[in-house]
Design a protein around this ligand. Structure first.
Ligand code: GLU
Length: 303
């Protein structure tokens, strides 16, 4: 498989889409990200890395980080995670309040904002003062101690994230947060501000292609947990576009409003792509096309 040639072809073919769509400027620092960026990495389970474009430039991974917090919560709490959060596609916006009211404070899945807040609340209940279990997990999964938060992004979301505040307090009113909502929100804004490149993300997600073995050779999740995280990514990982993704790309994937998307081909590779301009549904326009081209050109998908 000539992944390098395939990536070069993809970069050429998606070029007309790069810069089209809208930036997630509701998070003020993201408004300054240059619209023309495009980077992509394919990392095989043998740790061979192929890349094109801005693959080494760090960006705000936003909701992609919810995959790490979910894996961690499953490690810490096992199947009881699913008593407080569902695993069905939401069919509503990732930051919707309406569904939460109707469903009595049990978020539809761990990747919408309400679900991620509940998952982080679980993690925080295991976290001692001075510890950061999420950051530790991300660094271990990626075998990269330099990964960290962009605190200017976290601060900006803290100042403007009124809807997330509403969600957290709403969850508390239903009894589905154990910790103080402000503590959970602080952890949430930090989680979303993780700053990583495509190359770093592809390494960090390697455990999802290898039944739990990290880029550094450490078992960071069980095969059972990996199967479950990948299946939730397939059904809920790309906002209200999961059906279209399964149809066009055919891989479990998680996106973020920073324009990143990571897709997993279990037993073969992880692909990470970044281009900041988004579709109406909030997924990277060029990134989605790039992943569709990858599975078309390689004839590799889970189907
Ligand atoms: N921090 C963003 C928010 O809460 C995350 C959105 C996303 O990437 O889906 O609105």
């Amino acid at each position: 498989m000539d992944y390098q040639r395939t990536l070069r072809e993809i970069a050429d073919e998606v070029r007309p889409l790069v810069g089209r769509g809208r930036i997630a400027d509701y998070i003020p620092p993201l408004a300054d990200v240059p619209r023309g960026r495009f980077g992509m990495v394919v990392r095989t389970i043998g740790s061979e890395v192929f890349s094109v474009g801005d693959a080494e430039e760090r960006f705000s991974i936003q909701s992609i980080a919810k995959v790490f917090s979910l894996t961690l919560a499953m490690r810490l709490e096992g199947d009881t995670v699913w008593e407080r959060v569902g695993r069905e596609p939401s069919g509503t916006a990732f930051n919707s309040l309406v569904q939460l009211e109707v469903e009595h404070g049990i978020p539809r899945n761990p990747f919408i904002n309400a679900g991620a807040l509940v998952v982080l609340d679980m993690v925080l209940s295991h976290q001692a003062q001075g510890q950061d279990l999420v950051l530790d997990f991300v660094r271990r999964a990626s075998a990269n101690p330099s990964v960290g938060y962009d605190t200017s992004v976290a601060e900006a979301e803290r100042a403007t994230g009124h809807r997330n505040r509403a969600l957290a307090h709403f969850l508390k009113s239903f009894g589905n947060l154990r910790n103080d909502p402000d503590r959970v929100l602080d952890a949430y804004f930090l989680l979303c501000s993780l700053s990583m490149s495509c190359a770093e993300l592809a390494a960090a997600f390697q455990y999802l292609a290898t039944s739990g073995l990290s880029a550094g050779g450490e078992q960071v999740a069980t095969a059972r947990q990996v199967k479950r995280v990948n299946s939730v990514m397939l059904t809920c990982g790309v906002y209200d576009e999961a059906g279209d993704y399964a149809y066009r790309v055919g891989l479990p994937a998680k996106s973020g409003v920073g324009g990143g998307v990571v897709a997993v081909m279990p037993g073969r590779f992880v692909a990470a792509v970044w281009s900041p301009c988004l579709s109406e549904k909030g997924n990277s326009l060029a990134g989605t096309m790039a992943l569709e081209l990858l599975t078309t050109k390689t004839a590799l998908s889970i189907f």
